[in-house]
Design a protein around this ligand. Sequence first.
Ligand code: 5AD
Ligand code: SF4
Length: 448
Amino acid sequence: MKKLHIKTYGCQMNVYDSERMIDILRPLGYEVSDVADGADLVLLNTCHIREKAAEKVYSEIGRLKELRGEKEARGEGRMTIAVAGCVAQAEGIEIMHRAPAVDLVIGPQAYHQLPELIARTHRAKGERLAADFAPEAKFDALTSDRTVTGPTAFLTVQEGCDKFCTFCVVPYTRGAEWSRPVAAILDEAQALAAKGVRELTLLGQNVNAFNGVGSDGQPSTLAKLMYALADIPGIDRLRYTTSHPNDMGDDLIAAHRDLGAAMPYLHLPVQSGSDKILRAMNRKHGRQAYFDLVARIKAARPDLALSGDFIVGFPGETDKDFEDTLDLVRQVGYASAFTFKYSPRPGTPAASMPNQVPEAVMDERLQTLNALIIEQQQAFKATLVGKTLDILFEKPGRRDNQAIGRSPYLQSVYVEDARHLIGQIVPVRIVAVGNNSLQGALLETVSA
Ligand code: 5AD
Ligand code: SF4
């Protein structure tokens, strides 16, 4: 067996793609290794969203070069180094120049060609593949027989983004919006359910703009797709990420009210609470529209909790604009959120805007926002103590007979004497709050 090591950076779509790449390489005699040391093939599945994420790739290549030298010195043959993902797509040929140790650069739309390309790099080093392929071909080749590792799985339903927020590279790296046909998604979901998957997280850069063709030949909506998925025996829970506020259709909001499988937890990034900054970001909605939308969603599903993404220090952001963001966070109340310092990305409109915000100011704002978010996160968890939540048990915990499950709000829940329940959804009373988790206890009726 040859050893394959994949290192995944960035978003959940990369996690999904990495799993698919493992599946497609396994028939070629590769087995997964947790470490790069001694691997025959190392694949870096990269992220280009912020500068730091992109730079990590180059330092990792440096480390791999040393490991490759050691491997060869041991007489174990060559280590092939491949760069995949969004840095590969965005910087392609540049990677080859900057990091000659790299054998292969492959963009996200070309993963189905991986076996052939790996074979080619063994013959001639320095292959670079343009990635402008039809995504459909990729999915057809990649998703046939997925390896399942537990009762939860990601499922990509949509790729690309047409929104062109002025800070974001996604429309350039992942291309135009494209949705998979409903039938292909249902097939993949059915196969996953047959292997014991109970919860699906539907992925897309702009997932709620999903419009894949349905069985009637007409474009579907995400809500319609969710109803069809929930009909598959075994599929009990559905999530989706990431959504744009402007694509929250009425039927999707109604699905949160009517479809039991729709989890009451929604990632709905707003990025900023300032109307001026939202305009400069080209988000195409203002803060009041976001408040109104949140009110409509919560009216449909009162126990729904929100998570979000926020950028501090977008060009031109003043203290007042930042105050507006803090005010929005206080008014909405988040169960969790990701916060980022603005990072200028080459080729995006915001990178050449005047009034870039100094690093020190960004640092301070990030700290202030993080403190508020952590406070809200802990407060939200505290409201769950004493409540009974349905927990999907995923894996054994460290302690004897302990199991770790997932709450409807994506928190990890530690429960004693629950190992026999892995793969099942069981009511659990929440008894305590940890830093990154909850502690739960089985109800007597369940444990007996
Ligand atoms: N700088 C900082 N954060 C960014 N994001 C996207 N582009 C940038 C950037 N240039 C954040 C947004 C997005 C999340 C995935 O990453 O908040 O929602
Ligand atoms: Fe980027 Fe999301 Fe805006 Fe699309 S909607 S450009 S992925 S931040």
